[in-house]
Write a protein of this length. Structure first.
Length: 452
């Protein structure tokens, strides 16, 4: 075990890629806002998580909300009242009422947490109205939508951040720090995915939290109203960004590296049909639905700098939750599922993994060290605090968000491109360069300051 070499490597790399104090970034104090005035489009389950974060913060004012569902509106207004904040303007007159909300001149930013197909029309309307847009995952559904988002940013100068909260997971941020400090050598490979049994959510009729309903569409509740239909119509990785976002930062995608092409392969679709039959009987009308989405979809991305990324989409089978992270380079490997790590010449036993916890502690990201307490009340283990904070701090400083429109465009584009690859018998499909060459000179920004 060569601890000397280990320490030397850590110190040298740390000084080269270390964390910038926030003061260096915040050179716009004259024009910075001290309050962000925000409007919400979509205050369903997810929108209300963000709304709660907004209500916790003294530097955020909620001036308007928009939703077409009276239950969502009522639940949001209740939250606002409970927090003792003033009642916001309400936009609830149909699918397009958001167009009226974004015109308000008492809003700096719009947060969008609606079904996927609404994200781009809403983000574009917000950006055209001169507002910062924050959009839930995935940001886009089609390839054209990814281009539309980028084109709108380039025309208007209005920023758009994809709210990929997993980028802020404490362990993946520590691994990012370790990668930047050279602990894994040169990166070659990463593995990730969305492996989450959503069958109960996809057939939730709102009467049970147990996940034993078999209804979706009009008769469904929350995501079952709209998300399940994607599994009827599409076969591809329809939710890639929870895994891919963090990995894209590990691999400097759009910032010195880019995705070149992908191949996708799907298994047969069995899980959703079986679930309906098991819980609703073989004569239930939904037992006749032909689900198109393969139970497990595997996508392999080849990057410009030679790394491979494997992404798994697995939501329709019984399984424990896991985003399946693995980071690998010429000098070591981290495997999240077993919570282990192996670093050559550092780990005590040759070829034997050791627990990752001491490393995750040692390389804890300064954002987490600094704001751990504030994150305690936020969802998904605290990451919801950080993703909302990232957006708000960018709006306050009037700077680009830490996760930008090019990230939103290319991470989300993996969905339609994986569908195309599967439809063509797992053929390679080129992944467009949404930065139009700027990836060659763009420098990494995510996780390089201790504020956002
Ligand atoms: N990042 C995460 O951890 C995370 C977790 C859950 C959901 N999400 C994402 O958040 C988004 C919303 O998911 P959800 O679980 O809140 O779904 P949901 O169905 O509970 O909420 C969506 C809301 O949007 C409203 N809506 C639909 N069309 C509208 C329109 N035209 N104008 C205004 N409002 C409209 C609905 O009435 C509903 O209240 C999705 O993109 C989902 O993938 C992300």
């Amino acid at each position: 075990m060569d601890r000397r070499n280990f320490l030397q490597k850590a110190t040298l790399a740390g000084s080269a890629t270390g964390i910038l104090p926030s003061i260096l970034l915040n050179n716009e104090t004259e024009t910075a806002r001290d309050k962000v005035r925000i409007g919400f489009i979509g205050v369903g389950l997810r929108g209300r998580n963000h709304l709660q974060q907004a209500l916790f913060r003294p530097d955020v004012e909620v001036n308007a909300i928009c939703d077409i569902d009276s239950n969502s509106v009522k639940a949001a207004l209740d939250l606002i009242k409970k927090a003792g904040k003033k009642e916001p303007a309400l936009y609830a007159k149909g699918d397009e009422d958001f167009l009226n909300m974004v015109k308000r001149d008492d809003l700096d930013a719009i947060l969008i947490a609606t079904p996927w197909q609404w994200h781009v029309p809403m983000a574009i309307a917000a950006m055209k109205a001169g507002k910062y847009a924050a959009v839930e995952v995935s940001a886009t559904v089609t390839l054209q939508e990814s281009w539309d988002l980028v084109d709108t940013f380039e025309k208007t100068g209005s920023h758009c951040m994809i709210l990929e909260n997993v980028c802020y997971r404490r362990d993946v941020m520590a691994i990012l720090k370790m990668i930047r400090e050279g602990m894994f050598g040169e990166m070659t490979y990463a593995h990730c995915g969305y492996q989450h049994d959503l069958r109960g959510i996809k057939f939730n009729n709102g009467t049970s939290n147990e996940g034993t309903g078999v209804e979706f569409g009009e008769k469904g509740f929350s995501e079952a109203k709209w998300r399940t239909q994607h599994s009827v119509d599409r076969n591809g990785d329809i939710y890639p960004t929870h895994g891919l976002g963090p990995v894209a930062h590990w691999m400097n995608i759009n910032r010195g590296n880019k995705f070149n092409y992908l191949t996708s392969t799907a298994t047969k679709p069995l899980g959703l049909h079986k679930y309906v039959v098991d819980h609703g009987g073989k004569d239930h009308p939904n037992a006749k639905v032909n689900f198109k989405l393969g139970d497990v979809v595997t996508t392999v991305i080849q990057c410009h700098n030679g790394e491979n990324i494997v992404i798994i989409h697995d939501t329709n089978s019984p399984r424990p939750y896991s985003l399946g992270f693995r980071a690998q380079g010429t000098e070591g490997i981290w495997m999240n599922d077993g919570h282990t790590i192996y670093l050559e010449d550092v780990s005590p036993k040759k070829h034997e993994a050791e627990p990752d916890a001491p490393y995750l502690k040692k390389y804890d990201h300064p954002l987490w060290t600094k704001y751990e307490k504030e994150a305690e009340n936020a969802g998904h283990g605290g990451i919801d605090y950080f993703v909302f904070r990232g957006f708000i701090e960018a709006v306050k400083r009037k700077v680009a968000p830490p996760i930008d429109v090019y990230d939103a465009a290319v991470w989300s584009a993996i969905s339609p491109l994986s569908e195309l690859s599967i439809a063509r018998g797992s053929s390679p499909v080129e992944i467009p360069d949404f930065t139009r060459g700027k990836w060659k000179t763009n420098k990494p920004i995510f996780g390089l300051n201790d504020e956002f």
